[in-house]
Ligand binder design. Structure first.
Ligand code: C5P
Length: 236
C-alpha cells in the first residue's frame, strides 16, 4: 500500500437500520467505506450488507472471527457471495487457522482482503496482563501482525500507536487499518490507545475506522468534513 491520505471507514455501530440510513443520508458521497460490525450484522444480517453495497458503499465486515481452523474457514465459505471488501479475523486464532483462511480467501474471494486483528484498541498493558499475556503491548501486536502476514493475511488492524512499528516491520503491501481515532476535543469513550486523524495519517495508516466521533456528533456531516479537512491539510 502506498503512503497516501487514508480512507475513512464509518463504523455503523447503531441501534437500528433506520439510524444507519439517517446517518448515511447525512454523510452522503463523502464516504466510500462503511463498517458493519457484530451489532448490526447479528441484527440485520446479509441483507444489510447487500443494501449498503447496492447503494454504492464498499463494505468492511468486521466479524472478528476466532475459532478452530475448520470453523473459521467454513464461516468464510458462508460469506463467499456477500459483496464485501474487508473481513476481520483474530490473529490470535493461530497459524493454522490464519493459513487456511488466507488460502480459502485467495482462491474463492478474490475481491476480499482479510485483516488480522492484533490487540484490541480497548486493551492496554493491564488488560493484556489480566489474560496472562505479559509481553509489552507493542511486542504482542508485532508478534500477531507478523504471524498473520506470514500466513498470507493481507492487512492488519492495530491501534494508531503501533502504526510506525508495523509500517517499518511489515511488507509495504500490507494494509494497515486503525480504529482508536479521536479528533481533538472528542470523547475518548472506552478506547485506550488513540491518535488524531492527522497523526494516524503521518504514522502510515491506509484506513481509519471511525465510529462515535462521527455518529455521536450533533452534526455527523460536519464532524466528517472536519476530519477530512484535517487529513487533507496534514502533510506526510
Ligand atoms: O466508536 P469508535 O470510533 O471507537 O469505533 C471503533 C470501531 O472499531 C468499533 O466498531 C470497534 O468495534 C472497532 N474496533 C476497535 N478496535 C479494534 C478492532 C475494531 O475499536 N482493535
Amino acid at each position: 500500500m502506498s503512503a497516501l491520505t487514508p480512507e475513512i471507514i464509518l463504523a455503523l455501530d447503531l441501534e437500528d437500520r433506520e439510524q444507519i440510513h439517517q446517518v448515511l443520508e447525512k454523510t452522503g458521497d463523502r464516504l466510500s467505506w462503511v463498517k458493519v460490525g457484530l451489532q448490526s450484522y447479528l441484527r440485520d444480517g446479509p441483507s444489510l450488507v447487500r443494501e449498503l453495497a447496492s447503494s454504492g458503499k464498499k463494505v468492511f465486515l468486521d466479524l472478528k472471527l476466532h475459532d478452530i481452523p475448520n470453523t473459521m474457514t467454513k464461516a468464510l465459505e458462508s460469506l463467499v457471495d456477500l459483496p464485501v471488501g474487508l473481513i476481520t479475523l483474530h490473529a490470535c486464532a493461530g497459524p493454522e487457522a490464519l493459513e487456511k483462511c488466507a488460502g480459502f480467501a485467495n482462491k474463492h474471494m478474490p475481491n476480499v482482503t482479510l485483516l488480522g486483528v492484533t490487540v484490541l484498541t480497548s486493551t492496554n498493558q493491564e488488560g493484556l496482563n489480566a489474560i496472562g499475556v505479559n509481553n509489552p503491548v507493542d511486542d504482542q501486536v508485532l508478534r500477531l501482525a507478523s504471524l498473520a502476514v506470514n500466513q498470507g493475511i493481507g492487512g492488519i488492524v492495530c491501534s494508531p500507536l503501533e502504526l510506525p512499528l508495523l509500517r517499518k516491520s511489515l511488507p509495504a503491501s500490507t494494509a494497515l487499518v486503525t480504529p482508536g481515532i479521536r479528533p481533538l476535543n472528542s470523547a475518548v469513550g472506552d478506547q485506550k490507545r488513540i491518535m488524531t486523524p492527522g497523526q494516524a495519517k503521518q504514522a502510515g495508516a491506509n484506513f481509519l475506522v471511525i465510529g462515535r466521533p462521527i455518529l455521536a456528533a450533533v452534526n455527523p456531516r460536519d464532524a466528517l468534513d472536519s476530519i477530512l479537512q484535517e487529513l487533507n491539510s496534514t502533510n506526510l
